[in-house]
Design a protein around this ligand. Sequence first.
Ligand code: PEP
Length: 252
Amino acid sequence: MRRFLIAGNWKMHKGVGETSAFIEGLLATDPSPAVDVVVSPPFTSLPTAAMLLTGSKIGLAAQNVHWEASGAFTGEISGEMLTELGAEWVIVGHSERRTFFGETDRTARDRARAAQQAGLKVIYCIGETLEERESDRTFQVLESQTDGLGGLSHAGLVVAYEPVWAIGTGRTASPDQAQEAHAFVRGCLERAFSAVRAEGIRILYGGSLKPGNAHELLSKPDVDGGLIGGASLDVESFSAIIRAAAVCAAGE
Ligand code: PEP
């Protein structure tokens, strides 16, 4: 019932020229209609990406959004500004925002709420650090990171479970570790919303997801897609992950 979603997080990579080349290449691969696909270029590449993606089924995400619609917030960007540029999605609460820019659960929730008010769909990132996992606090962390999500709309909400120790490290959660965390997060979403609504919310896995491990991770019942950093920067590897999701969607 949940469609796979494969989302690429480009982080601070690809200016306008590289964005055009990537999107033209991706469109030429004719991504599977059975899989939802989203790319998230830097802000400066959003208009170019939006123009090239017009008429395609590939969605466009921004990587951050402010919680106010306008005001004295130097360096920030509002939901309305993003929709004006053609974005339909936004990534919120990524661990790099939390580690380097002081993002907290509170600010992430505020950003997500503002994004939804502006009509954006939200990919809301959570995940434990290595130290938290090794001290058996993974579930406690996931519970507190999802606490309060019930204040958001379940419609257009996607949660990305991204263990911090797996992001950009080449170290991936095993399929069983991912399934265990995703099932736990789904339980948290049931409490935040309802069992029926939680069943419909997609939970993506993120953390060194690559063509070589995509099928085994995406085969797990509560893994509904991926948020992909490094491997989303190359058309070949990104489209190989989309193909792996299409194979899983076909039940193979
Ligand atoms: C990410 O940044 O969201 C991510 C999952 O990165 P990577 O795939 O490179 O680990």
